[in-house]
Design a protein around this ligand. Structure first.
Ligand code: GLV
Ligand code: MG
Length: 317
């Protein structure tokens, strides 16, 4: 994967709440997305746009990935959301999140609109990224084309609440396992999104867990998508942030081990190391595939700001 923004914890903040927009600035979330969609009542949307522009321009967000979620394209609000926020604070914005994406054309629409605003205001064309949220059956069936639709797209997000409603899933507990089903009911959806995202070097992000006081429940759900390879998960409450940052980072020992494999492999494949392709590192055999796996773990750890605690020493040094 190319250079990617940290997104272990993606904090949702309603654009209608100046107080929460204020508080979010001091929280240790990797990403903050200011919401204009489902967390904001229809009558509050015009003011929410203004709050978001002010918070982006005047807030202290350093180090955070800054995103605005606009309304989906079946509503009448989307174009005004994009125009008002990007014209008002486009230079402070990293990405626009488009929810309930159903087709590649919807992503192309957003790409073209962003390009027009960037050209009009003299912003760098193409700098603002797109996050595409998959929340219904049509979106999932079209996810490959959606992921391919624009070079701006940085991540594909699973929206479990809307998705469950869309497929008539017999549960109201978002993200939780169902005792009537002998497996993880979300496995196929998560994997389908992950494949589309990885095919285009994009991040895959897991959506919200609504029982915000059940931190153990949050951890359990997060660990399942992290185990598959997901890069992060939404957080709806400050109490979920540290858990997400931990679960979507490698453990210290995995990080150290990955860095060790990278160093050892570089040494053994070099002239000085004997130009070897497959070698023993301790009790394990490592080869080019090991290097690729190690690169993923090391990349996640480096993006999370981890420091290694061991070094590789060549055998005869
Ligand atoms: C998020 O938007 C969801 O529907 O889960
Ligand atoms: Mg949704």
């Amino acid at each position: 994967m190319g250079s990617v923004r940290p997104r272990r914890s993606c904090l949702s903040v309603p654009g209608s709440s100046v107080k929460m927009l204020d508080k979010a600035q001091g929280l240790p979330a990797d990403m903050v997305f200011m919401d204009l969609e489902d967390a904001v009542a229809p009558l509050a949307k015009p003011d929410a746009r203004k709050n978001i522009v002010a918070a982006l321009n005047d807030g202290g967000w350093s180090g955070k990935t800054m995103v605005v979620r606009v309304n989906d394209l079946t509503t009448s609000w989307t174009y005004r959301d994009v125009i008002e926020v990007v014209e008002g604070a486009g230079t402070r914005l990293d990405c626009v999140m488009l929810p309930k994406v159903q087709s590649a054309e919807q992503v192309v629409w957003l790409d073209l609109l962003l390009t027009q605003i960037e050209k009009t205001l003299g912003f760098e064309v193409g700098r603002i990224g797109i996050e595409a949220q998959i929340e219904n059956a049509r979106g999932l069936v079209n996810v490959d084309a959606i992921a391919a639709a624009s070079p701006r797209t940085e991540t594909i997000i699973f929206g479990p609440a809307d998705f469950m409603a869309s497929i008539n899933m017999k549960s109201l507990q978002v993200g939780a396992l169902n005792p009537d089903y002998p497996g993880d009911p979300y496995h196929y959806i998560l994997m389908r999104i992950l494949m589309a995202a990885r095919m285009h070097d994009q991040q895959a992000i897991d959506g919200p867990f609504l029982a915000i006081r059940d931190v153990d429940g949050y951890r359990e759900v997060a660990k399942r998508s992290a185990a598959l390879g997901y890069d992060g998960k939404w957080v709806l409450h400050p109490g979920q942030i540290e858990v997400a940052n931990e679960v979507y980072s490698p453990s210290q020992s995995d990080f150290d081990h990955a860095e060790l494999i990278l160093d050892a492999y570089e040494y053994y494949t070099s002239e000085a190391g004997g130009k070897l392709g497959a070698v023993m590192l301790g009790d394990e055999m490592i080869d080019e595939a090991s290097r690729k796996m190690a690169l993923v773990i090391a990349g996640k750890g480096r993006a999370a700001g981890m420091a290694r605690t061991t070094t590789f020493t060549p055998p005869d040094a």
